[in-house]
Design a protein around this ligand. Structure first.
Ligand code: 13P
Ligand code: SF4
Length: 302
């Protein structure tokens, strides 16, 4: 804890010296989430916040696509990611060529792309979505069929909620695809009365077995609003740690799969990013304009 405290103090000082803010995803460990984050949120909140940040430097404590999205939305800012290895299995699963092949096979069908993708993939997409706004984005299009990439499970879960047909790509989140309906059955047997909330990157059978489904921020809102006696958040390990700290009267069952990419973020790496200016995120100018358009279209959907 002594070194944690040293790093937290140093990060506070460095933020002032360098006119920087730390935007942190909800999967950050508690010492980052509660200790140094100026703003914490889900992918959608981080994108919205990145648009309006006034500080000249953004440290994005999350994964690469989140930092790239921040840079696209606020290109005048210096955006730093503490560890360049912080990727995402969904972003890795798809290339622009895959999207173009789907477009060629399904002419005229709009392409809705999850933000968990590279700028190059966003650049060949019509509109982005996050887990927090996917239903609204799909409904805003007013069509019967969409190409929804790259998360096959998110696509099927949103199709079930909207009635819109989805053409999918075989991508999956390496964290959420590991949860099973049997996990939920065990949690319910061991904790009668438990409320189960599942992230929509989980397979549809898992979402069906849960009481509700939503983005990380929507799960936090649910706990704050409904105050369940016992709750299980079917998502990454740090979520329950972070939310439990703010709700001492709620019992958290802790099914836990770790995202190794999110966990590349440490206090030490954030401190080093501020001390050395590494690793600055840039976007190929040829991709930036079309990628930004797809994200901005998403942000216009309310
Ligand atoms: P949220 O947008 O729900 O925070 O999800 C991001 C993510 O990477 C989930 O695995
Ligand atoms: Fe990507 Fe899954 Fe990690 Fe989220 S939890 S960053 S979707 S690998």
């Amino acid at each position: 804890w002594a070194t944690f405290a040293d790093d937290v103090d140093a990060i506070d000082r460095l933020k002032r010296e360098h006119d920087a803010v730390v935007l942190a995803h909800n999967y950050m460990t508690p010492e980052i989430f509660h200790g140094v984050a100026d703003i914490a949120g889900d992918s959608l909140a981080l994108a919205r916040e990145a648009q309006s940040v006034e500080a000249s430097t953004i440290v994005l404590a999350g994964v690469h696509f989140m930092a790239e999205t921040a840079k696209l939305l606020n290109p005048a800012k210096r955006v730093l990611i503490p560890d360049l290895r912080a990727g995402c299995s969904l972003a890795e699963s798809i290339t622009p060529e895959d999207v173009l092949a789907l477009r060629a096979a399904h002419p005229g069908v709009p392409v809705v792309t999850y933000v968990n993708t590279s700028a190059a993939v966003k650049a060949v997409s019509d509109i982005c979505c996050t887990s927090g706004n996917a239903v609204k984005v799909i409904e805003s299009l007013g069509v019967e069929e969409v190409i929804m990439v790259p998360d096959q499970y998110l696509a099927r879960n949103i199709a079930a909620q909207t009635g819109v047909r989805v053409i999918t790509h075989p991508g999956a989140c390496e964290v959420h695809e590991r949860f099973t309906p049997a996990d939920i059955a065990t949690i319910r047997a061991d904790h009668p009365g438990v409320t189960v909330l599942a992230h929509p990157e989980c397979p549809p059978e898992v979402v069906d077995a849960a009481d509700a489904s939503g983005s990380t921020a929507q799960m936090i809102d649910f706990v704050t609003r409904e105050h369940p006696r016992t709750v299980a958040l079917i998502t990454e390990c740090s979520m329950s740690d972070n939310v439990a700290a703010e709700h001492p009267d709620v019992e958290f069952v802790r099914p836990c799969n770790l995202c190794p990419h999110m966990k590349r973020n440490t206090l030490r790496a954030i401190r080093l990013a501020l001390e050395t200016g590494r690793h600055e995120v840039t976007v190929d100018p040829a991709l930036a304009a079309p990628a930004r358009r797809a994200i901005e279209r998403m942000l216009e959907v309310r």
